[in-house]
Structures are given as C-alpha cells and as structure tokens.
Design a protein around this ligand. Structure first.
Ligand SMILES: Nc1ncnc2c1ncn2[C@@H]1O[C@H](COP(=O)(O)OP(=O)(O)OP(=O)(O)O)[C@@H](O)[C@H]1O
Length: 497
C-alpha cells in the first residue's frame, strides 16, 4: 500500500521515539484547568497561534465530499439489504415465526420492526428454545443485538413474580439507560412489567435492606454487584437471564473482569436455570477463549474478522502536518460536520475539553460528553444530541460503544484509540504505538446504524498514527482510503452498500 515505515510522508514531523505522545498536548491544553462544569469557558491562550496553522490541503475537498455524501445518505433502502444474503440485515423469517409473546409482537409493530435482522433471526430461536441455552454472540455494530437480548428477557420473565428475574449489564450508564428504553418500548403492552436501573446517581443508601420488586434490572457492573453482594436486594436464585452487552469489555477489561465474573458466579451458583448471554460486535482471540471457559456450554455465533467492519461505512484518513493542524482541519470541516450529526473522538478528557472550548470560542455549536461530567449533565447531553439540538459531539471512549443515534453520519477520530499494556502504559511494538482495533470498530460503528451509510475520518499527524492506520487495515482486511484531492474520482467511486 506504500505507507509503510520506510515510506514516510514528508508532511509528517515524526515524534522522537523517546518522547511520550502528547495526547491533549496542544500548548493551550497544557494550560487547561479542569472546569467545575463542562460549560465553564476559558479563552484559549493560543487562539492567534492556531490561525496561522496551515490547513491540510485535502480539507476543502473533504468538506465538499462530506456535504455531498451526507445529502445522499437520506435514501437508504433497507429492503434491498434485507434481501442480500451478505448483508447483516438479511433474514428469511418474520418475527411472528420466532415464538414471541403477542404483546411483544404488537409492540414491534408499533416500532416498525417488520423483519428480524440476521443476528435476531439466528439468536432468537437458540435463546428461546427449551431448555434455555447459553449464547456468546457477535454481530456488526448497529445490526440489532439489543433487540435479540431484550426480546429474550421479555419472553423469559413472569410478570406475576415481583422480583428481579433478568439482569442486564452494560459498561456505561448511557448504554444501560438506552437498553432500558428499548425494554420499555418492546414491553409496553406487558402489564406489570417493571425495570430497575442499577446505575450511578441512584439513592444507594435506600437500597440497604430493600428487596427489589422489578422483574428486569439493568445496570453497570459495580453497582449491580453491590446490589447482589452488599445490599442483598436481588435474590440471585431467582435470576433466569443474565445478559452482558459489550461483553468483550465486560469480561476482559481490567476494571470489569473481576466484577462481571463475581456477578456471573453468584448467579450461576444460586440459580439452577439461569441463561447467560454475551453480545458484542468484537471479541478478539483471548477474549473469546476466556468467555468460552467461563460461560458453560455456550453456543458461539462469531463473525470472520473481515466481516466485522461494515462496508456501508466509508473510512478515510487525512494527513495533517502536526497536531495543531488537526485542530485547523476540524475547524474547517465544521460546516460539513454540522450538516448531519457527527461525533469527534479524542484520547483524553483534557483534549475533549480543549477542543470543545476552542470550538465554542469560534461560535461553533458543539457539546461534550466525558466521564467527569455529572450523571445529570451526561443524560442531558445524550437527550439533546439524540434530539438533534446540537450536531457535533466531542467525546472520549465513553461514547464508543452501543450508543444508538440513527442520524450520526460522520465519525472523526481526532486521536486514534490506543491499546494499553496490563501496566496501563500505551502498548508499543517495534517503536510504534498499537491501535485498539476493537475500540476503533466500535467508534466508527456510531455511524452506519441499521444499514445506513456513514463516513469515518481519521486525522493522522505522525508516522506513529500512520502506522496505526496500516495495522487497522491489516487487522480487519479493510480499506482506509487517503483523502487526497488527486484521488477525488477514486473516492467518489467507492461503492456504498
Ligand atoms: N429488526 C429491526 N427492524 C427495524 N429496526 C431495527 C431492527 N433491529 C434493530 N433495529 C434498529 O437498529 C438500530 C441499531 O440497533 P442496536 O442498537 O440494537 O444495534 P447493536 O447491534 O446493538 O449495535 P452496537 O454494536 O453499536 O451496540 C436501532 O435504532 C434499532 O431500533
């Protein structure tokens, strides 16, 4: 592909190998003081300096390209994809053939869910058969994994029993809430159905000694474990379904592994009929080995690596001479990004705030989401973004997984996601920082939802980040095209699904 280590682009100013990467390392970011609230604004110290940073030559083209593509994205024909055996939306059966409760079928009609997707058609018969079987399932982002496990939970509960019977775990409170909303919609005709959220922001003191009466508990791992272990407000012997969404991080991420396995073991030991389900768009090899070891007798539904990236998301990279010209690129791309909804991923909260404050100072309508915001601020931001009240969201990996905002048309990796060692330092191989391939796929999967088309743009400012693009392409056997005025014809010819 001609972009190897030896064929370095002269535009790059490579970082000396002994200098740590300057994530959030603009001059202004070094002066960044964490504000009390995300809305507190401090004028960037280097505003004038940024005016002089050269804009990558490709940006005007890219802007035109985004605007044109986004306008064309409106007419996606799901029906055509449903009949293509290669598409993740392909299916031959209807929801009526899947032995769902009549109340659920009625709700699916009102939600305009006419046909199951491939993962729903594959997983639901396996999940609903008797005796229940465990499942470890993989399907591309935005192809309906949530409905597969939500419909199973709704079929497994007995609403006459006023106690938790299903536990569903998700890595972030935003995702837990989103899953809850799907349960509410799909279960709206089921009388007496109740949901409890085991997430940050609730009144934990009130849980002590209380027995939950809701049939479905949706939560993040730490709080759910406290419910089971510390407050004993869930009786694990009554649990029929245990769902781990984004299962690869839930069972294999440093912070989650112990908690998720504790919950799994507590439920598995206490209940003689629990069905465990793991869903994600990505499982690398160690994860799947670990998952099959801990989840007993699981049926495994996996994708080939080259099937994981969605062909309906066009991926590009843009070469920027240095980190500051990435900022200049974003500023110049703003008009294209604001045509539809866009998400910009940065590496750290400091970079997110830096970019947010500088964009706001220019009068651009952007907002932020990161882990230091309060629960109320985070919920508020998601609501406004989903409603389209603002178009450009600047965020960290907290938004990378699971969040479903149909109108997101462009994802920008301001910084590529990087892999860490067990010691918590960036993983370096042969002098190059390694990308986190799975997180990359989840990030770009915030666009291209349910058969829609989308654009993913990676801003590259060093030999190191260029190498990450090469690693990503090799890992998933997919093309990340260079955005370059000289290959406009080629870019426009890239086939969309
Ligand atoms: N059978 C269906 N018919 C119509 N719409 C559907 C169907 N299944 C899912 N959807 C819609 O597709 C979108 C994506 O679904 P969902 O969020 O479940 O994807 P996912 O596979 O969980 O993605 P991710 O990997 O990002 O978590 C949602 O808006 C959902 O309402």
């Amino acid at each position: 592909m001609g972009r190897g280590r030896g064929q370095q682009n002269p535009a790059f100013v490579p970082r000396p190998r002994d200098t740590p990467p300057q994530y959030g390392g603009h001059q202004a970011a070094q002066q960044f003081v964490k504000p009390d609230s995300k809305y507190k604004f401090t004028k960037p110290a280097t505003e004038e300096a940024h005016e002089q940073v050269p804009v990558p030559a490709d940006i005007a083209l890219l802007n035109k390209f985004i605007q044109k593509e986004v306008k064309m994205m409106k007419d996606v024909v799901v029906d055509v994809q449903r009949q293509d055996p290669k598409s993740p939306l392909y299916s031959i059966s209807s929801f009526r053939e899947l032995r769902l409760k009549p109340e659920v079928l009625k709700a699916l009609d009102t939600m305009n869910f006419q046909f199951p997707t491939r993962i729903q058609e594959t997983a639901l018969p396996l999940l609903l058969m008797e005796p229940p079987s465990n499942l470890i399932a993989q399907a591309q982002s935005g192809t309906g994994k949530t409905a597969a496990f939500v419909l199973t939970m709704l079929c497994r509960i007995d609403v006459n029993l006023m106690c938790p019977q299903c536990i569903c775990l998700a890595p972030t409170l935003e995702l837990a809430k989103q899953i809850g909303e799907v349960v509410e919609k799909m279960g709206k005709f089921i009388d007496n159905l109740k949901i409890h959220y085991a997430i940050k922001g609730g009144n934990m003191a009130a849980m002590r000694g209380r027995k939950l009466t809701e049939q479905i508990v949706i939560g993040t791992p730490g709080i759910t474990r406290d419910y089971l272990q510390k407050y004993k407000c869930i009786d694990p012997s009554k649990i029929r379904c245990l769902v781990l969404d984004e299962a690869d991080v839930m069972i294999y991420h440093q912070g989650f592994t112990d908690i998720s396995t504790t919950i799994y073991n507590m439920v598995e030991d206490a209940s003689d009929s629990v069905q465990s389900m793991l869903f994600s768009a990505t499982y690398d090899e160690p994860v799947i080995n670990f998952a099959t070891k801990i989840i007993k007798n699981a049926i495994v539904v996996m994708l080939k690596r080259e099937e994981q990236a969605l062909p309906n998301i066009k991926q590009f990279y843009v070469q920027c001479a240095c980190r500051d010209s990435k900022y200049a690129a974003i500023v110049n791309l703003y008009s294209g990004l604001a045509v539809a909804s866009s998400v910009i991923f940065c590496h750290t909260k400091a970079s997110v705030m830096w970019l947010y404050e500088n964009m706001r100072a220019r009068g651009h309508q952007v907002d932020v989401l990161h882990g230091d915001m309060t629960v109320v601020e985070r919920a508020d931001t998601i609501i406004h973004f989903k409603r389209g009240d603002f178009k450009v969201l600047i965020t960290t990996n907290v938004f990378a997984r699971g969040i479903d905002v149909a109108q997101v048309s462009v994802v920008i990796n301001y910084d590529l996601p990087i892999k860490y060692t067990d010691e918590g330092t960036p993983m370096v191989v042969d002098g190059f920082t390694q990308p986190d391939c799975e997180t990359y796929l989840h990030r770009i999967g915030r666009t291209g939802r349910f058969g829609k088309t989308g654009i993913a743009i990676n801003l590259i400012d060093s030999e190191d980040s260029m190498n990450m693009i090469n690693v990503l392409e090799n890992h998933f056997q997919m093309k990340i095209a260079r955005m370059d005025p000289s290959n406009l014809v080629e870019l426009e010819a890239i086939e969309m699904a």
